[in-house]
Design a protein around this ligand. Structure first.
Ligand code: XIL
Length: 341
């Protein structure tokens, strides 16, 4: 892939276990990465629970190994993630303190981690960060904001700091790493207008108040042919049209083949594999046609081989074929679809 578009970020999430596990433990995975991709995301090991497992104690062994591997192979890294309600260590989840103490704790995590990966000069390996992940609910309210039915999803950040946690995060990230592109990242933005509009109004608010933000990340965990391509186009377009301009990145693309509620596929037929090829083609083509060059953050696939995909176990155990490579490390038709676009 990467040979087809040298100036375009074509990323992949690197599967990684827990502490002490080698990050890229299979040579076949390395071969695929080096042949096809020019950017990596850490699927898990740069999340708060991995980087700050106890308060004030930072664990960088695994992530440094990943970043050094990237550097050695002329790849960049998209950092994922500073502030999220999920995958935070127990100590952080149950942190005791008033609003000011929460702000200090949050800013400290961002500052420490961003500073650790920041390099002198302009040849950073970590070129961008998801600063905040998933701060909005499907109805466009902040996650953690109490609604009348009191069914709000929880977020320690909103609950302890309020909406201010968002601009404060971006300011802390910019101060610690002035060169990195700072993204807001979320799921369902590619089809849910209420949620996307809430994010866009946050960005406009940032712009009006001098808060730094460089792009929006569309996670894009989607299903075959849903959303349809015109919806994807319209949603990318809305972000392209923000002024001043920001970047648009597809950060976690995978395409589920077993649509919820349908009869589960037990093996991937060549017909379905070709449908997936077409859908990948349409998505990449639409991205390239909609997002002008200076606003392209790139496209990242959320994993290398199907068998490693988080969708095998989430939200429940199921067989899935969402990615670009089969379990024997050979390319799927979907890879050709991406390449053709
Ligand atoms: C997922 C990983 O893929 C899984 O391995 C882990 O168990 C849970 O998190 N949105 C995100 C990602 O921003 O960090 C999530 O990654 C998938 C959804």
């Amino acid at each position: 892939l990467k040979a087809l578009a040298p100036n375009f970020n074509i990323g992949v999430a690197v599967p990684a276990g827990g502490f002490g596990n080698s990050i890229i433990d299979r040579p076949e995975i390395k071969t695929i990465i080096e042949q096809h991709f020019n950017q990596l995301s850490a699927e898990n090991i740069m999340k708060p629970t991995y980087l700050q497992p106890s308060q004030g104690e930072f664990f960088y062994d695994d992530s440094d190994e990943l970043v050094n591997y990237a550097k050695d192979n002329s790849l960049t890294v998209h950092g994922h993630v500073f502030v999220w309600h999920s995958q935070i260590a127990p100590w952080m989840q149950s942190f005791q303190g008033d609003k000011a103490a929460w702000i200090t704790m949050m800013e400290n995590h961002i500052t420490q981690v961003a500073t650790h990966f920041e390099e002198e000069g302009d040849n950073d390996t970590v070129v961008s960060w998801d600063v905040v992940n998933e701060a909005f609910m499907e109805n466009g309210k902040y996650r953690g904001e109490k609604t009348t039915d009191d069914s709000a999803d929880e977020s320690v950040w909103f609950e302890n700091i309020g909406a201010e946690f968002l601009p404060l995060s971006y300011k802390a990230a910019r101060a610690a790493d002035p060169d990195a592109d700072l993204y807001y990242n979320d799921y369902n933005l590619i089809w849910n207008a209420d949620k996307l509009d809430a994010v866009i109004s946050m960005v406009n608010d940032f712009h009006n108040n001098g808060v730094p933000i460089d792009g929006i990340g569309f996670q894009s965990h989607i299903s075959l042919n849903s959303p349809d391509i015109s919806t994807i186009q319209a949603h990318l377009q809305k972000v392209v049209d923000i002024r001043p301009k920001i970047k648009v990145k597809i950060t976690e693309l995978d395409v589920r083949m077993n649509n919820e509620g349908g009869i589960p596929l037990t093996y991937l037929t060549s017909e379905r594999a070709d449908e997936q090829k077409q859908y990948y083609y349409d998505i990449v083509k639409t991205y390239l046609e909609t997002v002008p060059e200076d606003q392209r953050g790139g496209i990242t696939i959320w994993g290398v081989i199907d068998g490693d995909s988080w969708l095998q176990t989430w939200p429940e155990p199921t067989i899935e074929w969402p990615l670009l490579f089969f379990n024997d490390y050979t390319p799927k038709p979907a890879l050709q679809g991406f390449a053709n676009a």
